[in-house]
Each structure stands twice: as structure tokens, then as C-alpha cells.
Design a protein around this ligand. Structure first.
Ligand code: DAH
Length: 339
């Protein structure tokens, strides 16, 4: 029985030398130490031994059991260590591997044009001003010389929050906000979103963008306005671009003009884009009305100024030859990718 025990121990130890994974380790454990294992069956056979032999063999079985348990435990630790090493090796980062290319997006055409407009005016020494989109009726209309019930409000049917609060229908209220706070010289542009209760079509949207401009100082003239707008038009639409002023009426400027640029498609000959006119209207402008200056506490006998309000959508449509404003808002990547 001694030999048998020794043989079992040797067999087990030999097998344990070659285990490669936890599963076979567990199989070996069951084979030798399990309830129906080889060692247990020796214990079961001890009934046939003499009283003297029994404790001796019992002791030997225990020694072997202990030896095997230790060996199994060590093998288990060794397997765990190897597994961890393997994981660490697998997870190591190879810094020489080629990277994944992150696809960067690009600016929306409206943002691109806004940036270009800002750059042109900043280049001429303008600062950027801002105002709220939810505006007081006072700033959006009244202080701009458009009293309640004045017909000039008809063309700017805005969204009223209550009688005195509207979504601004133009960026012109920022003129008032700036002049209330700052004394001349003033030279600002205000880019921003404006709202009008207009149904959506190829040239209208209830939300669109404007850039307001305001210059107030001593001796500012219409000539300064025209020169400024020429620089703007040439920078955005090309050196050969011309501008044309047509007399118009705005409540907050006097004199007032609507300003056209020569058609970016045909250069003025007349085509489908300019509806055969050769010119395309892009902004309103004029000399700041003395009443408006007075409202803001600026003496119109000492100071004068010009202002303009420019449609960003129109400018973008011209700049990129887009014929339907709705395309700018649909966020179709295939369309936007082109610019
Ligand atoms: N706010 C006007 C509009 O939305 C545009 C405009 C006209 C702005 C003349 C001006 C200006 O500053 O002087 O129709």
C-alpha cells in the first residue's frame, strides 16, 4: 500500500508539472483529492489493514494529501501569474502603430460668412457688440423712432412675448444699447440672430441673421458710409464688385438707402440669379436720425453717424451661389460638405 501511495503521489506530481490552465488543474485535483479520487479510495481500502498499520498508512495518506494540496496551490498561483503577464503583454500600447484618423467637421457656411464679415470690419477697427435676442419693444422699435401703431412695424411682424417684450426683429436695437452706454467715438458691428413672423420659403425664414453696423463721431458723412460698404463688398464678393445705393426710407436713418451689390454671378450683365437686374440687394443703411441720437443723449449738432444692417443669409447665398435659403437650415451633411 505504501508503494501504491508513492505511485499515486508521483503520478500526481508529474501531471501537475505539465498543467497549462485552471481547468486541467481542477481536473487533476478532482482525480486525486476528490470524493471519488485516488487518494480517497486508498483511505476506503484501509479497513483491510491491521490495527498497527492503520495509523501509519493514515499518516502517510495525510502527508501525501498535504503535499499535493501544496503543489496544487503553488501551481494555481503560478498559472494566475502567467495569465496576468499575458494580459499585460496583450494590453501594451504599441506607440509605433498608425493612429486612427479623427474626422474633423467644418464650419457651417453661415458661420464662415459671419467670420469673414467680422474679419473685414475688425480689420477696419470695429469692435463687436452684443444684445439680447429677447428684447424690449422699446429698443426694438420705439427708441428707433418706430412708435407703437406706426406702419413701419408692418414689415417686421415679430413674435411678441407680451406687449413690451419681443423676439428682436432686427439687430438695430443694439445701436441704442451701445449709444446709451458709450459716448462717441463709436465704431461697432453686432452680428446676431433675428426673428420675424414670416412663412418659410426660398428667401424667407422666421429666424435669420443680420450684422448691424454703427459709427458715430464728429464729422461722419455719407461718403464714409459708401467707402466702408465698398470695402466690405469687394472683400466678400471680389475686387471687381460694385455697390449701388437706392433712396429708401427707414425710421431711424435720414437719409436712408437700400444697398445693392453688382451680381456675383453675371457681374452686372443680368442673369437668373439677379433676376436680370444685374444688382442684388443685401443691406439697408443711412445716416443715424438726429432723433435717435438725441434719445440716446448724444447731441446731433456735435456728432453724426452712419448705420447699416446686413442680411447674412443673403450674403452667404451670394458668396456660395446657393439658391434656396432652406438649404442653410436643413443640416444635410451632403449639402454642407461642399463649402
Ligand atoms: N434694421 C433694418 C431691417 O432689418 C436694416 C437697417 C436699415 C439697419 C438701415 C440699419 C440701417 O442700421 O441704418 O430692415
Amino acid at each position: 500500500m505504501k508503494e501504491q501511495l508513492q505511485a499515486i503521489a508521483n503520478e500526481a506530481l508529474a501531471k501537475l508539472e505539465h498543467v497549462e490552465d485552471m481547468k486541467s488543474l481542477e481536473e487533476i485535483r478532482i482525480l486525486f483529492l476528490g470524493k471519488k479520487g485516488k487518494l480517497t479510495s486508498i483511505l476506503k481500502g484501509m479497513g483491510s489493514l491491521s490495527a498497527e498499520e492503520r495509523p501509519v498508512v493514515g499518516q502517510m495518506v495525510n502527508d501525501v494529501r498535504k503535499q499535493l494540496e501544496e503543489k496544487i496551490q503553488n501551481t494555481r498561483s503560478e498559472l494566475i501569474r502567467k495569465e496576468q503577464e499575458k494580459n499585460i503583454a496583450q494590453e501594451a500600447i504599441d506607440v509605433t502603430m498608425p493612429g486612427t484618423i479623427l474626422r474633423t467637421g467644418k464650419k457651417h457656411p453661415l458661420t464662415q460668412v459671419l467670420d469673414e464679415i467680422k474679419e473685414v470690419f475688425i480689420g477696419m477697427g470695429y469692435e463687436i457688440a452684443e444684445g439680447p435676442e429677447v428684447e424690449l419693444d422699446y429698443y426694438n422699435f420705439e427708441a428707433l423712432n418706430i412708435p407703437k401703431n406706426h406702419p413701419a412695424r408692418d414689415t417686421q411682424d415679430s413674435f411678441y412675448i407680451n406687449e413690451n417684450v419681443v423676439l428682436r426683429s432686427q439687430t438695430s436695437p443694439v445701436q441704442i444699447r451701445v449709444m446709451e452706454k458709450q459716448k462717441p467715438p463709436i465704431k461697432i458691428i453686432c452680428p446676431g440672430r433675428v426673428y420675424r413672423s414670416d412663412p418659410v420659403d426660398a428667401t424667407h425664414s422666421p429666424i435669420f441673421h443680420q450684422v448691424e453696423g454703427l459709427v458715430v463721431d464728429k464729422g461722419v458723412t455719407m461718403g464714409d458710409l459708401i467707402g466702408t460698404l465698398q470695402v466690405f463688398a469687394k472683400n466678400l464678393f471680389g475686387e471687381e464688385t460694385d455697390i449701388r445705393l437706392r433712396p429708401h426710407h427707414f425710421q431711424f436713418t435720414e437719409p436712408s438707402a437700400e444697398v445693392d451689390v453688382s451680381c456675383w454671378t453675371c457681374g452686372g450683365k443680368g442673369c437668373r440669379v439677379c433676376k436680370n437686374e444685374g444688382w442684388i440687394e443685401i443691406l439697408g443703411a443711412g445716416m443715424v436720425h438726429p432723433k435717435v441720437l438725441e434719445t440716446c443723449g448724444i447731441d446731433p449738432k456735435v456728432y453724426s453717424g452712419f448705420a447699416f444692417g446686413l442680411g447674412v443669409e443673403r450674403t452667404a447665398m451670394g458668396r456660395f451661389n446657393i439658391d434656396d435659403m432652406r438649404l442653410l437650415y436643413e443640416n444635410d451633411i451632403r449639402f454642407l460638405k461642399q463649402f
